[in-house]
Write a protein that binds this ligand. Structure first.
Ligand code: ADP
Ligand code: MG
Length: 725
């Protein structure tokens, strides 16, 4: 018999590249379809016509209709970026700026930071080719310091204007002026307050203010007009329209499915417990669909996340199909996108969010909303000059926005963790932030922009005179303004350049004189993030989350960073220990494996690795600013006295004296406060301290506390303390 014939089959093996290409094509196809199905897609042409016809346009549209992601692309395609000009879109929240920019870059099929980019405080992902730039409202205000005419933009979109953040409000006033100037010949006009002679020459010729130099640069040249678009989710466009000289408003029809609202029968004493119970109730009783839970901040989100993991462990294998994803503004940006990824098949995604998810970002797939009815908000007492973050009830408008999140893709359900009778008691809408915050920062910026008469500034809603006055006084005490309320040079000018609260900017400037800028940079970075130490939520007993307690608990913590002198040195110890750990292990930032090692180290030391990461980023950013300003960066080494004297000199406005009952009286405000249990000085008996944060919960607390010598105050801040005693 001859050789039998072997049968062969022809197999085509796709190369990896081909597979990747196919997946990419599928994804692009899907995105294209998603975009086409957005309510806004059908009105592209009309919207562009409106923008061409009107210099100011107000666009109101349901959250999720496609305003933020689509309109900038429409404008780009319609040629608004000709001549190398850009479209700037401001967001009140960092997370929104970042996630939306990433999405739009993907929709455009470009690399982030090229045509589409974002810029937020401490992070700039743009290049000279960026034409669609997402940024925070605060950041655009800063850009105006260097370029008062915002000359690189042809269109500025103020998004989420209904949020009425203090930056949005100030920005609107500024943009009104800029637009006015740009619609005329620059030579005939000064932006705001730059003194000019009748023949047009600048009187303050030798002024080194970057604003003035830009002014010179544009002398005699005509800048193209600036288009302004104000976008908002709420239906009340009237305030904006009136403020902007009767500007035209257009409404975009949204799509909204019915949402059933449920209230609790009884008031809830602990909304976190209540939220967790509700999550599991939905998980076991309701059809598939993701859950969105509104919480007030990072700490709450992380403790709920942990609790859910614990509870899941007790369920049967088949009931455990739930994943949790957090989203809050200080979450590292590469983790923020996780919230948009669909859950694995058969799993339910539980999104734990701050009110970022109310209108700023739209997450697909949500069918259930859990709303405890509270939000963390700034609150300011202009008489005492005390600002604090407090958890307050939401407004009715917010409650409606939140429930609406459940009805984007189909009928949904919203569980409000309070009785129906409570809803009626809520305020209709939220009070603008400018009416409830310390204005020092804003006033310093306005002054740096050349707005001399801050009382007369054209605010959409004027803050109280008392609040403006208090902040001006504070800036004079910090040396940022002269007694005549003029921006001081160099201190005030330097302070305005730093993207920090004035009191922290001042601390850095002082630290360079006290030879402890190394230390102060770390402190300011560490104070810019939410708590560095993990604080177990069951306030079992303060001891558990008081790092002092850990001294005797080598069982629980391998290392102790506590400095008996206070929280500031303690924070420095943590930072330096993490640095040492990275150096000895030769770990590199950005390397996934290495980051994992660092996370483990953090866990073992009760340190919140996310917060530490962010603090490290912020540190390197501020260091860059400070270097640019030419401040002398040196360390006081073991001479902590020097550092503590610097703390006293910088934070003299936040000094407090011990009272006979063991509480402290804040000297500037007269407020009687207790030291927060999370402070290493919780049990201190020191006579005089400085603090950095005032927290109002059931009690009035101060956080981030360090012991100082009371005599230093009269010595280092005589302009404040000498006259009082
Ligand atoms: P609006 O600004 O009107 O609230 P957006 O432009 O933010 O709407 O969102 C439009 C749509 O794009 C929404 O349906 C949302 O689900 C989707 N979307 C936005 N960002 C992302 C993202 N990062 N990943 C997936 N989908 C997204
Ligand atoms: Mg939007």
């Amino acid at each position: 018999t001859g050789a039998s014939t072997q049968k062969y089959e022809k197999v085509i093996i796709e190369s990896d590249a081909e597979v990747v290409l196919k997946v990419l094509q599928q994804r692009r196809q899907k995105i294209l379809e998603q975009r086409k199905s957005l309510p806004i897609a059908s009105v592209e042409k009309r919207l562009i016509e409106e923008v061409q016809k009107h210099d100011i346009l107000i666009i109101v549209g349901e959250t999720g209709s496609g305003k933020t992601t689509q309109i900038p692309q429409f404008l780009f395609n319609a040629g608004f970026c000709r001549d190398g000009k850009s479209i700037g879109i401001t967001q009140p929240r960092r997370v929104a700026a970042v996630t939306v920019a990433k999405r739009v870059a993907e929709e455009c099929g470009v690399e982030l930071g090229q045509k589409v980019g974002y810029s937020i405080r401490f992070e700039d992902v743009t290049s000279s080719s960026t034409r669609i730039k997402y940024m925070t409202d605060g950041l655009l205000l800063r850009e105006a310091l260097l370029d008062p005419f915002l000359s690189k933009y042809s269109v500025i979109i103020v998004d989420e204007a209904h949020e009425r953040t203090v930056h949005t409000d100030v920005l609107l006033g500024l943009l009104k002026k800029v637009q006015n100037v740009r619609s005329k010949n620059v030579e005939d006009h000064t932006l705001v307050g730059h003194k000019r002679a009748s023949n047009g020459t600048i009187l303050e010729k030798e002024n080194t203010d970057p604003g003035v130099s830009v002014l010179k640069q544009f002398q005699g040249r005509k800048l193209p007009p600036l288009k302004l678009i104000i976008m908002s989710a709420s239906l009340d466009a009237r305030v904006f329209s009136e403020y902007l000289g009767g500007a035209r408003a257009v409404h975009i029809q949204g799509r909204q499915f019915p949402v059933d609202i449920f209230y609790t029968v009884d008031p809830q004493t602990d909304y976190l417990d209540s939220a967790i119970v509700t999550i599991f109730q939905i998980h076991s009783n309701e059809a598939s669909g993701d859950i969105l839970v509104f919480l007030t901040g990072q700490e709450e989100i992380e403790s709920v996340e942990k609790q859910i993991q614990e509870n899941l462990k007790q369920l049967r294998e088949e009931d455990r199909k739930m994943i949790t994803v957090p989203i809050f503004s200080s979450l590292p940006s590469e983790q923020q996108m996780r919230v948009f990824a669909p859950a694995p098949p058969g799993f339910r995604k539980v999104i734990l969010a701050t009110n970022i998810a109310e209108t700023s970002v739209t997450i697909p797939g949500i069918k259930y909303v859990i709303d405890p009815g509270v939000v963390k908000a700034r609150s300011y007492d202009p008489v005492r000059g005390m600002e604090s973050l407090v958890v307050v009830p939401t407004s009715k408008a917010q409650a409606l926005q939140r429930s609406g999140r459940a009805g984007r893709e189909g009928p949904g359900k919203c569980f409000r963790l309070y009785p129906e009778s409570e809803f009626e008691k809520l305020e209709d809408s939220t009070k603008p932030e400018i009416k409830r915050c310390n204005l020092s920062n804003v006033i310093l910026q306005l002054k740096a922009l050349g707005v001399d008469d801050v009382f007369g500034f054209d605010f959409i809603e004027k803050p109280s005179r008392a609040a403006i006055k208090k902040s001006v006084e504070e800036l004079i005490l910090l040396g940022a303004l002269t007694d005549e309320c003029k921006l001081s040079d160099p201190v005030g000018r330097q302070m305005a350049r730093l993207p920090l609260d004035p009191i922290y900017s001042k601390a850095l400037i002082l630290a360079s004189q006290f030879n402890c800028l190394e230390e102060m940079l770390i402190v300011v970075a560490m104070l810019s993030v939410d708590s560095i130490f993990y604080e177990p939520r069951e306030k079992l007993d303060e001891a558990l989350f008081n790092p002092l307690f850990l001294i005797g608990q080598s069982r629980t913590a391998k290392k102790c960073f506590t400095s008996p002198e206070g929280d500031h040195l303690t924070l420095i110890n943590v930072y330096r220990a993490s640095n040492d750990f990275m150096e000895t292990r030769k770990l590199q930032v950005g390397n996934n494996k290495h980051e994992k090692v660092l996370r483990k180290w953090c866990r073992e030391n009760f340190i919140n690795s996310r917060s530490l990461r962010l603090a490290r980023d912020i540190h390197s950013q501020i260091r860059g600013h400070v270097e640019q300003m030419g401040l002398c960066i040196s360390s006081c080494g073991d001479d902590t006295l020097q550092f503590h004297r610097c703390l006293a000199a910088a934070f003299f406005l936040n000094a407090a004296l011990k009272q006979p009952d063991g509480k402290y009286r804040a000297l500037a405000s007269g407020e009687v406060v207790s030291i927060h249990p999370s402070s290493v000085l919780f049990r201190t008996k020191a006579d005089c301290i400085i603090f950095n944060e005032f927290v109002k919960t059931s009690d009035k607390y101060i956080r981030n506390v360090t012991i100082i010598d009371g005599f230093w105050l009269t010595e280092l801040a005589p302009h404040y303390y000498a006259k009082e005693e």
